[in-house]
Design a binder for this molecule. Structure first.
Ligand code: SAM
Length: 284
């Protein structure tokens, strides 16, 4: 069949199946072939690759992925899309559509023992962070994650210390991967048009973690506490956290050991400094 990236083909398929968009599933389908080509090329998909697509929708990007990759697993929550996908992906024998919630799928069991897994998706924006953090924290063996997200979320993932977008998401993403914003994508590339601008970001997994830390969980608790109350100093943020047992004096002691001022805010610390703080405070 002609590709769904042709908006006319998408409109005809939607009509044929009398499809109604579900806002609660974040359904904004791509109708721009150039954007899809950019995503596929940024993900560097080859026939050696197994690809996990999260939320194939009507299969617009899946058609391109099936042509570029060795094997594609496409996990879609909306069962109303299954008959549509059966038609739009009929000519590809290397695609498996799974009707499930990506947050509940055992991805490692689904894809099996593969040499190279790449995640590619136009993500449902309402669950961007849990999806990305789930992939990282569950140690899914991905080489890279190339995804469409809200433009401001992409900016947060890539931000460095001292900038307005820097926060817990920046540090979490950068601990696991190297972010690179591939392209900005305006609302008119989707049907229906989202209310926000979008961007494609590629997260390339570090082979070795960029910082060494004794207790990863403690470091992430410290990071969360430091950014929970953005305008507060680090010592107040950590002291006020219900997840952490430290007094202000203990935080100050750790900051002194690092040669940092007591009044410092979380947004001034690098990932390396959070790792160091975690190692020091963990010994107190
Ligand atoms: N990939 C398609 C495209 O680019 O045209 C659709 C992208 S649309 C932004 C997001 C897709 O994710 C929708 O098809 C939606 O039904 C699906 N989705 C939403 N929540 C999901 C979840 N928890 N698990 C799996 N798929 C989900």
């Amino acid at each position: 069949m002609e590709k769904l990236s042709n908006p006319q083909v998408t409109i005809e398929i939607l009509k044929k199946y009398n499809f109604t968009f579900q806002k609660r599933f974040g359904q904004n389908f791509l109708i721009d072939g150039h954007v899809i080509e950019k995503i596929i090329s940024a993900a560097e998909i080859t026939k050696e690759d197994t690809v996990l697509e999260i939320g194939p929708g009507i299969g617009t990007m899946t058609q391109y992925l099936a042509e570029a990759a060795g094997r594609v697993y496409a996990v879609e929550i909306d069962k109303n899309l299954l008959p549509v996908l059966a038609e739009t992906l009929a000519e590809y024998d290397n695609v498996e559509v799974v009707n499930d919630d990506i947050l509940k799928v055992d991805i490692a069991a689904l894809v099996g023992d593969v040499s190279s897994l790449k995640v590619v998706a136009n993500l449902p924006y309402y669950i961007t962070t849990p999806i990305i953090m789930g992939l990282f924290e569950n140690h899914i063996p991905t080489d890279s994650i190339t995804v469409m997200v809200q433009k401001e979320v992409a900016a947060r993932m890539q931000a460095g210390p001292g900038t307005k977008d820097y926060g817990a998401l920046s540090l979490a993403v950068q601990y696991y991967a190297q972010p690179y914003i591939v392209a900005n994508v305006p609302p008119n590339c989707f049907i229906p048009r989202p209310n926000v601008a979008s961007a494609v970001i590629r997260l390339t997994r570090w082979e070795n973690a960029p910082v060494k830390v004794k207790d990863e969980k403690l470091m992430f608790k410290l990071i969360r506490a430091s950014f929970n109350q953005r305008r507060k100093t680090l010592q107040n943020g950590i002291h006020n956290s219900s997840e952490l047992p430290y007094s202000k004096e203990q935080v100050v002691e750790a900051l002194r050991a690092m040669g940092l001022p007591e009044s410092i805010r979380g947004e001034a610390l690098t990932l390396e400094q959070f790792a160091r703080l975690s190692d020091i405070i963990g010994e107190l």
